[in-house]
Design a protein around this ligand. Structure first.
Ligand code: ADP
Ligand code: SF4
Length: 690
């Protein structure tokens, strides 16, 4: 297939100072939870992006000095030559595919707590650090500023020598010293680095000049700058100081990478922001500078990208999440395979890797983060093994991913689902704000349709007899899970007394198929702590019901802190008039009277509710599996087929986990790793034996 000429413009080269990007696709810096701790993993992941057609592939933020230590977050590091050597692994991988490697140098200022180095924190002013650590930054003296400039220069030279083609000065996301200096909120200085905007921009200007001087004829010098903090007059806005900063520095860098701050605004989830949401803020930049401008907007539509270029909003299409969900997005546009693009769903599971200090993962792309340790490639999968006929029961995220991946391996696959297919992804996509979840099932159903060796049978409920009769030599059970109504949960391990006396208990499963509460007060009890409780509370409130959300968690939807949505969820619910009660556990139900105990004081609160929605625990739908396997799995060895459980029907978790499990089982079919072995490579710290 050839590329649609409409998209030719996306494949024009772009000059960035002394270097040239081969097209307009630019993987902007993004964290990955691996950073300096897992250099092989990061290098392999970045290499795959370059292979997939991203003309520029950037690191995550890269600390330039031991006084900028953001432990426990695993970002890149360039503290000395040893770090540079590790980073050169990445540049080699990126250059192997004719792409440019970019590095985002940062001194984190009071965003670092220096938990590892235990050095005093250097900041623009005497301020507490950004975390709750009982640590304050010390206002930098001129000597400190000179030190930071020297460290930045040294890091730039090391970056150049490690093979980087673009070196960044980072003034974005409120995470770096240059931005702290620019910020009126943080900068309380009275010297030539404080006061007027010209003074507050001084450090950024100096760092740009220093970096150009250090690497200028070999590397492009980029600035990442947040033009708007979405704080109105309290912060930088694109109409005032954001614009003025771009005007002041317009021609100094070789490239402007512009966005909004903070990170939660920049990487807003699909629930709270559309594709291209940043355009109103960044659109002015190209009018102010002649240098190429990169911007992001969770762009997955080639038409939207072309529109950005043609309308003069951006010169290069920046992407973090779309490049994570599909590292081959540019190649697929280039080869005229638009329908093969695995579109990001905007869930921010990728972001949760950083916040939970674990290697990056992605709902849509199960190979993300696994390129080195498992050797998984997003577009290449090993050819089939000895099994002839595979039956998969359940076409939710796990079953769909397994069917697609096994189909690509060349197996004959039958995929049966009691419903239309899509499982929880299709079901949850009907909830407000979650429509993009449908992409999980749409993409896989679309790919399966193109595979002649995979047959999909919707409307086919399978029982043990029909499975046996099918005559497969491998059977995967991917029958999912359903929400429990009996109150068992994290905080109620022994259940809730009297719960069956309530006349109207509902679960998310019932609500999603249209079984909605009648009029009156509704209590949503959320012991799940991810998005479901908050989504349902908001939805029922929109339907005119009086809703109280009670959770034993410290905040509503508390795990969504890791997807940077918690504050938005809480605000949305409060704006809708939903009553929020945190740190309370459901202890007793007596008809419509609900009793909740405070987690620490045990003080009781009673609420009346005509309807009670239980968002607590999910029960695996594993009866079919155990009917075949035996309750102790005692029949597994004697069955005429190999039987495996996949996804939520084994251990309910995120959609990302179900997709991953489906993918893993598909990769390992016919050659599973030995159960006593570690099934992937590990990056082990060096040991220093005397
Ligand atoms: P996962 O996230 O693990 O993929 P889901 O709950 O999203 O799980 O999907 C499970 C799918 O399995 C649903 O689409 C459901 O209709 C289907 N299913 C459950 N039991 C059976 C069965 N006995 N026969 C066929 N399909 C089934
Ligand atoms: Fe997109 Fe979600 Fe994947 Fe992140 S995890 S890239 S938001 S699909």
């Amino acid at each position: 297939m050839t590329r649609d000429p409409r998209y030719d413009i996306l494949f024009e080269p772009v000059k960035i100072g002394p270097v040239t990007a081969r097209n307009r696709f630019y993987q902007v810096p993004h964290c990955n939870g691996m950073g300096h701790l897992m250099p092989n993993s990061v290098a392999a992941m970045r290499g795959v992006k370059a292979e997939g057609g991203w003309a520029v592939v950037a690191t995550e933020e890269c600390d330039i000095h031991v006084s900028s230590d953001v432990l426990p977050y695993a970002e890149a590091r360039l503290w000395d030559d040893g770090d540079a050597d590790r980073l050169s692994l990445m540049t080699e991988r990126v250059h192997a595919h004719d792409s440019l490697a970019a590095i985002e140098l940062v001194h984190s200022g009071h965003n670092a707590s220096n938990r590892h180095s235990r050095l005093p924190v250097l900041g623009v002013s005497d301020l507490p650090v950004n975390s709750f650590d009982p640590v304050q930054a010390c206002a930098m003296t001129k000597r400190d500023i000179a030190d930071v400039r020297r460290w930045h220069r040294q890091a730039a030279v090391r970056a150049r020598d490690a093979g980087f083609d673009i070196v960044y000065v980072y003034a974005g996301h409120n995470l770096s010293l240059p931005m702290h200096f620019i910020s009126r909120r943080a900068n309380k200085r009275s010297d030539e680095y404080g006061g007027s905007l010209e003074n507050r921009v001084r450090l950024t200007r100096e760092l740009l000049e220093d970096t150009k001087e250090a690497v200028g004829d070999r590397c492009g010098v980029a600035i990442r700058f947040a033009v708007d903090e979405l704080l109105g007059d309290a912060g930088i806005t694109s109409e005032t100081e954001g614009r003025e900063v771009v005007e002041m520095l317009a021609e100094l860098p070789d490239l402007w990478d512009v966005n909004v701050s903070d990170w939660a605004n920049d990487s807003v989830t699909a629930r709270f922001g559309e594709e291209g949401a940043q355009e109103p803020y960044v659109a002015f930049v190209k009018k102010v500078t002649s240098k190429p401008v990169v911007g992001v907007g969770r762009f997955t539509s080639a038409d939207a990208m072309v529109s950005q270029i043609k309308r003069g909003v951006l010169d290069m299409i920046g992407a973090a999440r779309p490049s994570i969900a599909d590292p081959f997005l540019p190649k697929k546009i280039e080869e005229g395979r638009i329908e093969d693009i695995r579109e990001c769903i905007g869930c921010n599971i990728c972001v949760s890797g950083d916040w939970t200090q674990s290697p990056i993962r992605c709902t849509q792309n199960p190979t993300m983060g696994e390129e080195w340790r498992r050797g998984w490639h997003p577009e290449i999968i090993e050819a089939r093994g000895e099994s002839k006929k595979i039956l998969i029961v359940g076409a939710g995220p796990a079953g769909l991913e397994a069917a697609m991946s096994l189909g690509r391996r060349g197996y004959d696959v039958a995929l049966a689902d009691a419903g239309d297919g899509g499982g929880r992804a299709a079901l949850e996509a009907t909830l407000p704000g979650l429509s993009s979840y449908k992409r999980v099932s749409d993409y896989r159903l679309g790919q399966i349709e193109k595979l002649p060796n995979v047959s999909f049978f919707p409307g086919s409920r399978m029982d043990a007899d029909s499975v046996r009769e099918f005559g497969a030599d491998q059977v995967l059970i991917a029958t999912g899970a359903h929400w429990r109504a009996d109150g068992l949960g994290r905080y109620t391990e022994t259940g809730v007394a009297g719960i069956t006396s309530h006349p109207n208990i509902l679960t998310p499963d019932q609500l999603m198929v249209g079984n909605l509460p009648r009029e009156g007060a509704v209590v949503v009890y959320d012991d799940d702590h991810y998005y479901m409780g908050g989504v349902i509370a908001g939805w029922l409130s929109d339907r005119g019901l009086s809703v109280t959300l009670v959770t034993p968690g410290p905040e509503v939807s508390c795990w969504t802190k890791n997807t940077m949505e918690q504050h938005r969820i809480e605000k949305t619910l409060l704006d809708k008039g939903v009553c929020l009660i945190e740190k309370h556990t459901l202890t007793n139900v007596s008809h419509e009277t609900l009793s909740f105990a405070h987690n620490t004081t045990s003080q009781l609160t009673e609420l009346q509710a005509q309807s009670l929605v239980m968002v607590t625990l999910r029960q695996p739908v594993s009866d079919l599996y155990f009917e075949l396997a035996g309750h102790e799995e005692q029949h597994l060895e004697t069955l005429p087929f190999r039987l495996t459980r996949v996804g939520d029907c084994m251990a309910p978790s995120t959609i990302a986990a179900a997709v991953y499990d489906g993918h893993r089982i598909a990769r390992e079919l016919d050659s599973p790793p030995h159960p006593d072995s570690v099934p992937y490579k590990r990056e082990r710290p060096l040991i220093d034996r005397p």
